[in-house]
Structure formats: C-alpha cells, structure tokens
Design a protein around this ligand. Structure first.
Ligand code: C5P
Length: 237
C-alpha cells in the first residue's frame, strides 16, 4: 500500500442550498461521494481511500460505501470544522507505508481515473506535489468596493482542480505548519498545494480535465447530471 487518496467530504455545501450535505447529494441515482470514490478506485495508482465524512453522518457514509465492490480499501472517519482540518485528520490516520497522498474533493464526482493516475505519476516521477489545471474561460478582474482596480493577465492564470498529489511527508509538514499558523497567514490559502507552496515545495502543474469541475452551485448539479447521462449513453460508465 503506497498511494492513498483522501476525500474531504465533510462540507455542508451551503452554496448548493439548504439540505443534505453536499457529498451526499445525488446525480444519476448515486451520491457525489460515491462517484468521486469510484473515480479514485478505478485509478490504477490508488491502494487506499480515506473519506472524511460529516461528523453526524460517519455511520451512514460507512454503510453507503460498504454497498459497493471498490477494488481498493475504503475507510471512513469524521471530518473537521473546515476542509483543511478534514484533510489533516485523514492524513494523520494513514498507514506508515503510504508515501504518496492524493487529495480529491467529493464535490468533483466526474474526475477521470486517468487524471488521478497522471497526478500520482507526476509526484512519483518528478515533483513534491502536482496539481491539475485548466485555462480560465472568463476575464478576471480585481474589484474593491464595487470598482474595478485592475484586470489580471488571463494568459498567466489557471484554475486548479483536484485530485492534487503530494509526497506524504511534505503534505504532513505543510499541515503541521498550518495547524500553528495564524488566521491571517492562512486567509488566502484555499487548497493543499497552497500550503506546500508556502513551505517552498515544487508544485508541478499538469493539464486538468473539464469533467473534473467542482459541484458548487445548483447549476453545477444540472451539468454533472447531464454529463453523467451522456457518459452512460456513450458506454463510458
Ligand atoms: O465548500 P467547498 O466546495 O470548497 O468544499 C470542498 C470540499 O471540501 C468538499 O468536498 C467538502 O465536502 C470538503 N469539506 C470538508 N470538511 C469541511 C468543509 C468542506 O471535508 N469542514
């Protein structure tokens, strides 16, 4: 067992509207979490999947995931107050022999298994960490108090997806740093790679996949549902 995938799935998903935690919202008859775990389990690189579930729903999530044959070991533990804490808890629970760790949002249910393998391979072969990136469709402007301050150079910018991959010791070191850091230092760090960058780690960027988009708002659920239906019709799932 050398490569483990952590799935932070403990968010309430408030931007999706009230109700069931986001990871348990369904598309194509199954929760987002089930699709995300399937993407990881289908990747050749992944030996173990650790899910950080909403603390009230750990048993329910365990039962849900026990209904499937995954082809990789799947464990469930309670997540934390925020995404970072959920990842840190799962990281602390990994067996000693794991040396590469992927972190993949439950909210990205349709990431291709090939992308998962490409991220893991990049870490094994040439990097401290790896993130999948996609170009931005929109122009990006800095806005303050309702007024545009400046327009950023879109050519230089990328949107970052998950799975993100890491050498385990470095991700653990980054999370240990974050646990001691002040709120201000952490304010602009919104992903795991951001923590590793802060420690000066080399983070390589590889091409991401459109299908790995994050389900955040109600429209994203509609898009995910449609994409899944198309993949099923094409025989890809
Ligand atoms: O809210 P957002 O879409 O940024 O959440 C990204 C991922 O982090 C989701 O998969 C969510 O379930 C997870 N998360 C978590 N623990 C929290 C908050 C969010 O695992 N306390």
């Amino acid at each position: 067992m050398r490569t483990a995938a952590i799935v932070p799935a403990a968010g309430r998903g408030e931007r999706l509207g009230p109700g069931t935690p986001k990871a348990l919202r369904t598309i194509g008859g199954a929760p987002l979490l089930v699709h995300a775990v399937r993407a990881l389990a289908r990747a050749r690189a992944v030996d173990l999947i650790v899910v950080a579930a909403p603390s009230d729903d750990v048993l329910a999530v365990e039962r849900l995931l026990a209904d499937f044959e995954w082809g990789a070991e799947v464990r469930v533990l309670p997540g934390g107050e925020d995404r970072r804490e959920s990842v840190a808890r799962a990281l602390a629970a990994l067996p000693a022999e794991v040396d590469v760790v992927l972190v993949h949002d439950a909210a990205r249910p349709l990431a291709p298994p090939e992308l998962v393998d490409a991220v893991a391979a990049a870490v094994r072969e040439r990097a401290d960490a790896c993130v999948p990136v996609v170009p931005l469709a929109d122009t990006v402007k800095e806005v303050a108090g309702g007024t545009v301050v400046r327009t950023l150079d879109r050519q230089q910018l990328r949107a970052v997806q998950t799975p993100q991959g890491f050498r385990r010791f470095l991700l653990a070191k980054a999370h240990a740093w974050a646990a001691e850091a002040g709120e201000q230092e952490l304010a602009t760090i919104t992903d795991d790679a951001g923590l590793v960058e802060k420690l000066g780690g080399c983070v390589v960027a590889i091409p991401g996949a459109e299908e790995a988009f994050k389900v955040t708002r109600p429209l994203d659920l509609v898009v995910a549902e449609a994409l899944l239906a198309k993949q099923r019709a094409d025989g890809a799932r």
